[in-house]
Ligand binder design. Structure first.
Ligand SMILES: [Zn+2]
Length: 89
């Protein structure tokens, strides 16, 4: 199994409150991140549980949290709480 595929499997899940807290911490740590999320995604709906993914960035031990839905793709717009990288999942 390639590591690329493995990285797309959810690592865990979290409640909507946990998701909001993680995204808030990530945007507080990176001043440009909130603007990027607003420009590139639309707010997510009211889901009780959300997937969490491991960040594929080498050397980063952070987790990816859903910050919205991508404007231009049918994908979850996820943000890393470690390196503030954004990825589609
Ligand atoms: Zn990361």
């Amino acid at each position: 199994m390639s590591s690329n595929i493995a990285q797309n499997y959810p690592y865990s899940s979290e409640s909507d409150a946990e998701r909001l807290g993680a995204v808030a911490r990530a945007t507080e740590a990176d001043a440009t991140l909130a603007a990027r999320i607003a420009a590139e995604s639309i707010p997510v709906g009211n889901e009780p549980r959300w997937w969490v993914w491991k960040c594929p960035n080498p050397g980063c031990t952070g987790l990816l949290h859903a910050a919205g839905f991508a404007r231009n793709a049918h994908a979850v717009y996820a943000v890393c709480d470690g390196c503030a990288k954004t990825l589609l999942r």
